[in-house]
Design a protein around this ligand. Structure first.
Ligand code: BDR
Ligand code: CA
Length: 320
């Protein structure tokens, strides 16, 4: 039986790659997609998501709009990474359909409650929609198999020195989700930052004859120039798509169950503090006794095999 999933996205170049992979993979059943502001504004995210699903031949998958801004913090732009349109300027035909009349929270609740088995939530964006869902309808928690999220880091950050973008964008939401009592799998920067398709492979896809392959190649070829130093400009990363690969190929990822907490204040706001001490628990000796939620944290990955899995899967989508 394929794994039933709902994807929460802020499409986003690598969200687009993740959607294409999920639709293409026979062991994933995409029940619905919900959108949230993050890499781009909400309207743009919805439009990008519909266009990508159209491209994948998945125009029947319902798409709903959710939060246009984080719970407390203001929305921030990521156009320096994903371009003004969120898709790095990659041209896709206009969609002929509309988002669902249901809100993201309503769609998630309905799909979760009506599905005969537990559903996996795949969160590839700031977790605002998930936090609203879990606070508004706590009964869904026991119908969720687990939440696989791209976010956080057990080492360095990207939005700040210690905070990863998705968690940093809405730390309160990430904290609510982390403490909701639902099993979580954290696909953070420790693995996110290493899975890339070689530049020449992406470039040849971009000019090839495979319709979806061309878009994948163009998305992968988008160059993120955060620095004038060429060696620091990155391209080819499958990003969020790696989190979906980890669902179907967990043997390619090294996970460890670790206590994780979201920092909400100060310079480290948005950091995921991952307790990797071999003998955790000295806190109790210091009189600090509150328990931390645990997450299955991805700490290592067979990057080449995951990149290959990604490419061979998306190339199963229609050639023309
Ligand atoms: C995350 O931020 C976004 O730019 C990506 O889509 C990914 O979800 C990485 O920090
Ligand atoms: Ca994303």
């Amino acid at each position: 039986m394929p794994t039933p999933v709902i994807m929460d996205v802020d499409t986003g170049i690598d969200d687009a790659l993740a959607l294409l992979f999920a639709v293409a993979h026979p062991e994933i059943d995409v029940l619905g997609v919900t959108c949230v502001a993050g890499n781009a504004g909400l309207e743009q995210v919805v439009d990008n998501t519909l266009r990508i699903l159209d491209l994948a031949g998945a125009a029947d998958v319902p798409v709903a709009a959710g939060a246009a801004r984080p719970l407390i913090a203001p929305a921030r732009s990521a156009s320096h990474v994903h371009g003004a349109d969120g898709l790095g300027g990659v041209a896709l035909p206009a969609t002929t359909r509309q988002a669902s009349s249901e809100s993201a929270v309503a769609l998630m609740r309905r799909l979760i409650m009506q599905h005969p088995t537990r559903v996996t939530l795949v969160a590839l964006a700031p977790q605002t929609n998930l936090a609203l869902l879990l606070r508004t309808h706590p009964e869904v928690a026991e119908r969720i198999e687990r939440i696989v999220f791209m976010g956080g880091s057990a080492s360095v950050g990207n939005a700040t020195a210690v905070a990863e973008f998705n968690v940093w964008h809405d730390p309160e939401a990430a904290a609510i989700v982390s403490d909701a009592g639902v099993p979580t799998t954290m696909y953070g920067l420790d693995v996110f930052n290493v899975v890339a398709v070689p530049f020449d492979r992406a470039a040849s896809l971009a000019t090839g004859s495979h319709r979806v392959g061309r878009v994948v190649g163009e998305l992968l070829s988008h160059r993120v120039a955060l620095s004038e130093d060429e060696s620091l400009q990155y391209t080819g990363f499958i990003g969020d798509a790696g989190a979906v690969c980890a669902i179907v190929a967990p043997h390619l990822v090294r996970f460890e169950s670790l206590p994780v907490r979201v920092e909400l204040a100060g310079f480290s706001r948005g950091q995921t503090i991952v307790d990797r001490r071999p003998y955790a628990g000295e806190d109790k000796l210091h009189g600090l006794s509150d328990e931390w939620s645990r997450s299955e944290v991805a700490l290592g990955i067979d990057a080449d095999a995951v990149a290959e899995l990604f490419l061979e899967t998306v190339l199963q989508l229609p050639r023309d």
